[in-house]
Design a protein around this ligand. Structure first.
Ligand SMILES: Nc1ncnc2c1ncn2[C@@H]1O[C@H](COP(=O)(O)OP(=O)(O)OP(=O)(O)O)[C@@H](O)[C@H]1O
Ligand SMILES: [Mg+2]
Length: 296
């Protein structure tokens, strides 16, 4: 998410790789009449130990260390641009969770972190991976999400190992539909609307019934729907999924997400990764390749 931008720890292509942290909201190009922004700041309050109105639970670092067996390698389920993700089991409740330990490099201030948490905790939809809680303990920042047992769409569609059954068509359609509903919620129902900014197959998580749940929607910022009001002029997103006009101008609109949705749809239809440098030159970018075939 915007507030968690920092140097990437893996080799994944991220448009903003190596860029510095996002500026605090006041310094960004937010619409002047966005009174909600002020409400959000006020709601978080100044006491970092007990910020008001944050619905997500605040965990102590110790609790999350216990849940993940001190962040043991066996509990590691993935690693992305913001840090490592561990499977954990909360000692008190027995709830199985995914704990994302954010890299310490380049994190923004406590207040900005809490503002993001506050904002995320207001978003609820069956096709969004629930934020259960967070930890802000010293310089440690962690996010606790509901655990999605089947991992990501990327695992089932693009990182298929020998012997693994490819996803059947019904599941692909079901996933596309669920992801579309999650996106629709962020764009049309969340108030203020949220632009995802990092819609991609690794951010579409799956439950046992192959229901899609969007994760990392915190990357999105409070956004105004409309072509003329951009949210930020700094490009954030993942290479290949990013809309070309957004990449060129930094002008972000909900249509940037719709473009990314189209890219994922292409991946779902073809079973091919949007960028794959192991393919012959003219096939390396799936969008360009497909557009030459269909002549658009
Ligand atoms: N809530 C979750 N439940 C189960 N697995 C998860 C969960 N969140 C993440 N993962 C797993 O961890 C992997 C890494 O996730 P992460 O979000 O850190 O990286 P990414 O999506 O690949 O890249 P990015 O940092 O750009 O989002 C995912 O691909 C998924 O397999
Ligand atoms: Mg992710």
């Amino acid at each position: 998410m915007s507030c968690f931008l920092g140097p990437s720890t893996n080799n994944k292509s991220r448009e903003n790789e190596g860029s510095s942290m996002a500026a605090p909201y006041e310094q960004q190009n937010l619409p002047r009449n966005d009174r909600r922004q002020i409400t959000t700041w006020e709601a978080v309050g100044t006491n970092k130990e007990s910020p008001k109105n944050i619905k997500a639970k605040s965990f102590k670092f110790r609790e999350l260390a216990t849940a993940t067996n001190s962040f043991r390698q066996e509990f590691l389920i993935g690693e992305g641009g913001f840090g490592r993700v561990y499977k954990g089991k909360m000692e008190k409740t027995g709830q199985v969770v995914a704990v994302k330990q954010l890299d310490r490099n380049g994190l923004q201030g406590n207040r900005e972190f809490l503002v993001e948490i506050f904002r995320l905790s207001l978003l609820h939809h069956p096709n969004l991976a629930n934020l259960i809680g967070y930890c802000l303990d010293g310089d440690q920042r962690l996010l606790v999400h509901e655990f999605m047992p089947l991992g990501s769409l990327e695992d089932h569609l693009l990182d298929v190992v020998v012997g693994q059954q490819p996803l059947d068509w019904n599941s692909r359609i079901r996933i596309a539909l669920g992801a579309a509903k999650g996106l629709e919620y962020l764009h049309e129902k969340a108030n203020p609307p949220v632009i995802y900014r990092d819609f991609k197959s690794s951010n579409i998580l799956l439950n046992v019934d192959f229901d899609a749940k969007l994760s990392d929607f915190g990357l999105a910022k409070l956004g105004s729907v409309g072509d003329t009001q951009n949210v930020s002029s700094r490009v954030v997103g993942t290479y290949g999924y990013c809309a070309p006009e957004y990449h060129k101008t930094g002008q972000l609109t909900v249509k940037s997400d719709v473009y990314s949705f189209g890219v994922v749809l292409l991946e779902l239809i073809t079973g091919k990764r949007v960028i794959d440098t192991t393919r012959p030159c003219h096939e390396q970018n799936l969008v360009t390749w497909v557009s030459t075939i269909f002549n658009f």
